[in-house]
Design a protein around this ligand. Structure first.
Ligand code: F6R
Length: 365
């Protein structure tokens, strides 16, 4: 049932304040502002030397964001791999370490194989899945569910932000468990997580602007997405979403990599989406943006009010998102990224919910 929406993808994008809120409520004690995981973990984070995160597609980008969180909040080394690469390269995993697999369907063949590989090497296994009856859920030691509800649109949207919420809670739990975060740090971070559903809802204020912008994007041959820090995996996700549903070629890059190649692509016909909340790396990203502007590229800057006033560049469309603390911005900046892909596909008349050549669940490798 699409409710009043034209497509499941639109409905699922708009469900995010609610389902991210539901997921949050399963992982934190809202009154005490403490992390409260739904299950006790059968290991101590102090015994884990390294985390290996494995997933495919959008789920892998959620894992990529989480790597930054585990490193920052828990000071834990994290490796992130796409499952098809982990499974065949004989990665040396250490017995007793932690493997996390992330999967909406819980049936993705490569992700399942990566889980089995980690188990065979004697690692603890945690799966973050949306389908609790799935094979991946059944075969992993601990299941951390996303409470996104059924996702019908082939392109993942609400499950991505719910995966991020689970991984954020887990990273804070790890930081706390290892003594890297104090009680006060936990209180502050959980307070920030509690704000996220409301901030996601507020982010929809930019929807009419994105809808208009999509008419220009639909005329482009290719689009570049740039981001730094946790906005880098979001740039990868933005590019994936756009190519999946609109069939426009798109690439995501770490903003700092621009001058190492992709800058050669930039001309007046190239829209460049820059994801840059006003955070510790904002200034660096602005200087990459200036390099784009100097070559005539059309910049679409996704930022907040402070970022918008600090960014001094020409030929700029600015999408202003709600002000928020810097750590968990990917859950909010996912909204404009998803909406841009959605409306561009609608303008182009593409089959948004069933893009050509794609399957919702990839059960063959
Ligand atoms: C992108 C998308 C795919 C999936 C990937 C993993 O919109 O839907 O990239 O994210 O196939 O699927 P799951 O999460 O079911 O393992």
């Amino acid at each position: 049932d699409k409710a009043n929406y034209r497509h499941f993808m639109a409905k699922e994008i708009h469900e995010q304040p609610e389902v991210v809120g539901q997921t949050l409520a399963r992982y934190v004690d809202m009154a005490a502002k403490r992390i409260a995981l739904p299950f006790e973990l059968p290991f101590d984070f102090n015994d884990i030397k390294r985390i290996s995160i494995t997933a495919c597609g959008t789920a892998s980008y959620a894992g990529h964001v989480a790597k930054y969180w585990f490193e920052r909040l828990a000071r834990m080394p994290v490796e992130i791999d796409v499952a098809s690469e982990l499974r065949y390269r004989e990665a040396p995993l250490r017995k007793g370490d932690l493997a996390i697999v992330i999967s909406q369907s819980g049936e993705t063949a490569d992700t399942l194989a990566a889980l089995r590989y980690a188990k065979a090497q004697g690692l603890h296994t945690v799966s973050v899945v949306n389908v609790p009856t799935s094979t991946i859920a059944r075969e992993s030691e601990t299941v951390l569910p996303t409470l996104a509800g059924p996702e019908i649109g082939v392109a993942s949207t609400k499950t991505f932000t719910c995966q991020l919420m689970v991984m954020a809670a887990l990273a804070v739990a790890a930081g706390k468990g290892r003594g890297e975060l104090s009680d006060l740090d936990e209180l502050k971070l959980v307070g920030e997580l509690i704000e996220v559903p409301r901030l996601i809802a507020a982010a929809f204020a930019i929807e009419p602007q994105i809808e208009k912008l999509a008419r220009d994007i639909a005329k482009s041959r290719a689009v570049l997405y740039l981001g730094r820090g946790t906005s880098f995996p979001l740039a990868l996700e933005g590019a994936l979403k756009l190519k999946e549903v609109s069939y426009i070629h798109a690439e995501g890059y770490a903003a700092g990599e621009l001058k190492h190649g992709p800058i050669a692509l930039i001309d007046e016909s190239m829209p460049v989406v820059v994801i840059a909340p006003y955070d510790r790396v904002f200034e660096k990203t602005v200087s990459n943006m200036q390099e784009v502007a100097a070559r005539g590229g059309n910049i679409i800057l996704m930022t907040d009010a402070t970022g918008a006033s600090e960014a001094t560049v020409d030929s700029l469309v600015t999408i202003v998102l709600p002000d928020m603390a810097a750590t968990f911005t990917p859950m909010v900046y996912a909204i404009p990224v998803q909406l841009l892909a959605y409306y561009t596909a609608v303008v182009m008349g593409a089959d948004v919910d069933q893009p050509r050549n794609l399957a919702k669940s990839v059960t063959v490798e």
